[in-house]
Design a protein. Sequence first.
Length: 116
Amino acid sequence: MNNEEIRKIIGQRVRQHRKTHSLTQAELAAKMSVRRAYISNIEQGQKAISFEKLYELCDFFNIIVSDLFPIVKKDDMEKREKIVLEIANIMRTLEINKLLLVKSIVSGIADIPCTD
């Protein structure tokens, strides 16, 4: 799992907690003394949250830091890597038009913009 993926997961969890507390981004930003754009960037995984703000956020939501982080078990990671390698081997045999189709499908599933 890379930093971008971790930021996105943390951002999704921040958004979930914010919505659970029925707050808008602007309201949460005001409570944390930051700009609304900072909250937006955190929730979208575009910006890493500072340690100070992470602590403040957890204190505000009455959660522990680990509640915001993804948990990856070693067995799950090994299984994931095996699957990725199997898919990569299959992909190597495909023609370019089929590869582009697969890329588009995977981008849609992962909710990541597809660039050609």
